[in-house]
Design a protein around this ligand. Structure first.
Ligand code: B12
Ligand code: SF4
Length: 443
C-alpha cells in the first residue's frame, strides 16, 4: 500500500513566488508519517515548494486542511478522486467543518489523528473506509518522523511540539474550539529527544500557550537548559508577572516569545474574551519586564472589533514602535468557521461572505465581514500600512539597535534578515487570491 501526503498551499499571484516565511517544515505530516506502519510506502507533495504529482501511483491521498487552504484542498482532492483514489482529510478546518469537508473527500478524521489512524488504514485496506472518524485529543506520545522532508527546502528552524490546546476561550480562536479549552502537556522525554535529534540550532516550540501550566513549563525549561539551544515560542503576557519563570525561560535559550496583545482597548479585550491576562495599566511595565529578562517580543494585534476605528491601528503601531518589538503582526480579524466570533457576526448579519474560504474573489489580507466603525476596505488598507511602516528602514533600524544586547548575537543577526524579509512580503501577501495559481511551476 502507498499513501500520498499533501500539504496544500494558500495561493499566490500569477508568476510570483510563494511566501518565503511560510515555508516551515510541516510537523503535521511528520506526525502522520510516524503513525504509519513501516511496510506502507509514503510520499509527500508540499504544494508550497513543488508541483503536485496528480498522476502518482498511489492507494490513498491524505490532505491536511486549514481554513485558508480549504479551497485548494478540495480542488486537489477532486483531481485524485477522478482517478478513483480515495482521499482522507483532517486538520483544523476539516475538524471545524466536517460536513463541508466530506462533500469533497471520502473520509474525514475529526480532531487529532493518533487514536484512529490505524483503524482508518485498516479500513482502507479492507475497502471499508468510513465517512467520519472521531479522533482523540490528548494521545500524542510518539515522536514525529521527518524523513519525508529530506531534499525539501524548508526554513532552517525545527518545529518541536511541547503542548496542545489552550485553557482560554478567546472568541475568535480555532484552537480553543478544537481542544474544547483544554491544554495537554507533552511528555518531556520526547521533547528532549526531538531536540537532540534535530540538525538545526533554532527551534520553534509548538505550543499555543507555553506557560499555561507553570509547573510543567518550569520543569521543561530546566530540562532544556543543558541542551544549549535557541528557541522561540508562544505565551501570554501574564508570564511577565513571574520573574522566576522569565529567568528560567531565558536560561533555557528562549530568545523571542510571541505574545498576542490583540487590542489595546479594554472593551475590545472584553468582547473577545481576552481580558484575563493583566490589568491594562500594567501592560507597559510587563512588556518592560520581558525585555529586561532578555527576551524579544513578537507582538500580534488584531483589528476589527467593535470599538476599533481609524485611530486604533495607529495607536497599536505607536505602542509597537515605543517598545521596539523584535517583530509584530498587524492582522485584521477573520471569522474562522465554527468559532463563537463566526456565529456572532453571522447572527448580526455582518458577514460579507458566508464562506469566505471558498469564495471566488476572496483574497488574503481582505476582510470578510463589516466592522462597526470603519469600512472593511479601509481597515484592510490600514493594516497593510501599519505593516509597511513597522518594517520601514527607519523603524527597523531603531528596533534593531534596541534589540542589541537583548537577544544573543546570532538572534540579532537574524533580526535583520527576518525583518527585511517580512517587510518585502507585505505587498506580496496582500490580495493573494486564495487557492489560485498553484499548478504553475513554483519559483
Ligand atoms: C507552526 C504553525 C505555523 C507555521 C507553519 C505551519 C505549517 N503548515 O507548516 C507558520 C508560522 C508559517 C504558520 C503560518 C500561518 N498559520 Co499557523 N500555525 C502553526 C501552529 C502553531 C502549529 C502547527 C503544527 O505543526 N501543529 C502540530 C501538529 C502535529 O498538529 P496538527 O497540525 O493539529 O495535526 C493534528 C490534527 O490536526 C490532525 N490532522 C491534521 N492534518 C491532518 C490530515 C489528515 C489526513 C488527518 C487524518 C489528520 C490530520 O492530526 C494531527 C496529529 O494529531 C498552529 C497551531 C497549532 N497548535 O496547531 C497554527 C495554525 C495552524 N495556523 C493558523 C493560521 C491562521 C496561520 C496563518 C494563516 C496566519 C496568517 N494570518 O498569516 C499562516 C498560514 C500559513 C500557511 N498555511 O501557509 C491557524 C489555522 C486556523 C484554521 N482554522 O485553519 C492555527 C490553528 C493557529 C490558530 N491560532 O488558530 N503557522
Ligand atoms: S490565549 Fe491564544 S491560543 Fe488560547 S484561546 Fe486565546 S487566542 Fe487561542
Amino acid at each position: 500500500m502507498k499513501i500520498t501526503f499533501i500539504l496544500p498551499a494558500i495561493g499566490k499571484k500569477p508568476g510570483q513566488k510563494y511566501i518565503g516565511t511560510w515555508k516551515m517544515e510541516p510537523l503535521t505530516i511528520a506526525q502522520l508519517k510516524a503513525l504509519t506502519p513501516e511496510d506502507i510506502e509514503t510520499e509527500l507533495f508540499d504544494d508550497r515548494l513543488e508541483l503536485i504529482g496528480y498522476d502518482t501511483d498511489t492507494d490513498l491521498v491524505c490532505i491536511t486542511v486549514e481554513t485558508y487552504t480549504a479551497k485548494r484542498s478540495y480542488r486537489i482532492a477532486a483531481r485524485f478522486r477522478e482517478r478513483g483514489i480515495p482521499v482522507v482529510m483532517g486538520g483544523y478546518h476539516a475538524t471545524l467543518c466536517p460536513e463541508e469537508a466530506i462533500e469533497y473527500c471520502d473520509s474525514v478524521i475529526i480532531g487529532n489523528a493518533e487514536a484512529v489512524w490505524h483503524t482508518m488504514l485498516h479500513d482502507v485496506q479492507h475497502g471499508q473506509l468510513r465517512r467520519f472518524y472521531q479522533g482523540g485529543t490528548a494521545e500524542y506520545d510518539i515522536r514525529p518522523d521527518k524523513s519525508l522532508f529530506t531534499d525539501k527546502k524548508y526554513l532552517p528552524v525545527s518545529l518541536v511540539e511541547t503542548g496542545r490546546g489552550c485553557i482560554h476561550r478567546c472568541e475568535f480562536c480555532s484552537i480553543s474550539k478544537f481542544y474544547c479549552s483544554r491544554y495537554y502537556c507533552r511528555e518531556h522525554r520526547l521533547i528532549l529527544e526531538d531536540i537532540t535529534d534535530s540538525p538545526n540550532k533554532y527551534f520553534f516550540l509548538v505550543d499555543d500557550n507555553l506557560v499555561a501550566d507553570r509547573k510543567n513549563a518550569m520543569r521543561l525549561f530546566e530540562e532544556i537548559t543543558p541542551l544549549h539551544i535557541k528557541w522561540a515560542g508562544q505565551g501570554t503576557l501574564s508570564m511577565a508577572k513571574d520573574e522566576a519563570l522569565l529567568k528560567a525561560m531565558k536560561k533555557s535559550g528562549c530568545e523571542v516569545i510571541l505574545i498576542g496583545f490583540e487590542s489595546l482597548n479594554k472593551e475590545n479585550l472584553q468582547q473577545m474574551n481576552k481580558s484575563f491576562n493583566y490589568a491594562l495599566g500594567e501592560r507597559d511595565e510587563l512588556v518592560q519586564r520581558v525585555h529586561d529578562a532578555g527576551l524579544g517580543i513578537y507582538a500580534t494585534f488584531v483589528f476589527g472589533y467593535d470599538n476599533d476605528d481609524e485611530g486604533t491601528v495607529a495607536d497599536a503601531l505607536a505602542f509597537a514602535k515605543k517598545h521596539n518589538f523584535y517583530t509584530a503582526a498587524f492582522n485584521h480579524l477573520l471569522p474562522f468557521p465554527n468559532t463563537p466570533l463566526y456565529d456572532r457576526l453571522k447572527a448580526e448579519n455582518r458577514l460579507i461572505y458566508d464562506k469566505w474560504w471558498l469564495e471566488d474573489g476572496y483574497n488574503y489580507g481582505e476582510l470578510s465581514f463589516h466592522p462597526r466603525r470603519i469600512s472593511a476596505s479601509k481597515l484592510s488598507q490600514l493594516c497593510r500600512d501599519a505593516r509597511k511602516e513597522f518594517s520601514s528602514a527607519k523603524t527597523v533600524l531603531s528596533r534593531g539597535f534596541a534589540s542589541l544586547g537583548r537577544t544573543s548575537p546570532l538572534m540579532w543577526g537574524l533580526f535583520w534578515a527576518m525583518n527585511l524579509r517580512l517587510g518585502e512580503e507585505v505587498d506580496q501577501k496582500m490580495h493573494v487570491p486564495i487557492g489560485e495559481n498553484l499548478d504553475e511551476l513554483p519559483k
